[in-house]
Design a protein around this ligand. Structure first.
Ligand SMILES: [Zn+2]
Length: 221
């Protein structure tokens, strides 16, 4: 049964996360989307189509059941609804999704390049962010392209060519932080790769590195 206190708490968390994405310029205009699972029902709170991240309110956010049934709302469901539902259906550990069209990461993916997990933080927190190409007919990625990548339980972040990024988590804050790390990593990778190429070097010339745990394990006893 839908619980109003649960709905209000999840809507407020989503509004906070959306504003933070907007303030950080991870998402302008009405693109992108974010959603969160309810604790009280097999349903999610999600931003509808045509509403900007900075304009989310308790009144315009939608409730959608995991079977696709949308609770009555004057707004049009998001184009991204299918892939959000698909991810919640295949991964019970996913309780929130933040999908942004953030420019650095999307630029990287649109060049057909997977963003390297090149910082110690990305190695630890993400491991790998797969690049998901456009759908075979040239359209935007749908549940058909996205779900198979996330069937690997280790995948918590992915980048969509010509489209945007996806971060998932057990809370909106967790998913939000990943959306931020993806964008930050794309900027760092761009600076590294531009400088390497200006100096006639490649990533293969750089020292190997890993997590603090790896470094400890490699220490002579
Ligand atoms: Zn999108």
């Amino acid at each position: 049964m839908l619980d109003q206190n649960d709905i209000d708490a999840k809507k407020d968390a989503l509004i906070r996360s959306a504003r933070r994405c907007f303030d950080l310029r991870l998402q302008t205009n009405a693109g992108g989307n974010l959603s969160v699972r309810l604790s009280s029902a097999e349903a999610i709170v999600i931003k509808p189509s045509g509403v900007g991240f900075n304009e989310c309110t308790r009144d315009n956010l939608q409730i959608v059941h995991l079977d696709g049934q949308v609770e009555p709302s004057p707004f049009k469901p998001s184009k991204d609804l299918d892939f959000h539902l698909g991810l919640y259906q295949i991964r019970p550990d996913i309780r929130a999704i933040v999908h942004c069209h953030s420019p650095w990461a999307t630029g990287y993916a649109s060049a057909g390049l997977e963003i390297p997990c090149l910082t110690v933080q990305t190695i630890e927190k993400i491991g790998r962010m797969p690049l998901i190409p456009l759908s075979p007919n040239g359209g935007p990625q749908t549940e058909v392209e996205i779900s198979p990548v996330f069937r690997d339980p280790k995948v918590v972040a992915a980048v969509l060519a010509n489209h945007g990024t996806i971060g998932v988590g057990t809370t909106l804050t967790e998913a939000q932080y990943l959306a931020e790390i993806i964008e930050e990593t794309a900027q760092i990778a761009f600076v590294r790769d531009t400088l390497l190429s200006a100096h006639g070097r490649t990533a293969a010339d750089l020292p190997a590195y890993g997590t603090a745990k790896d470094a400890k394990a490699a220490m002579p006893r």
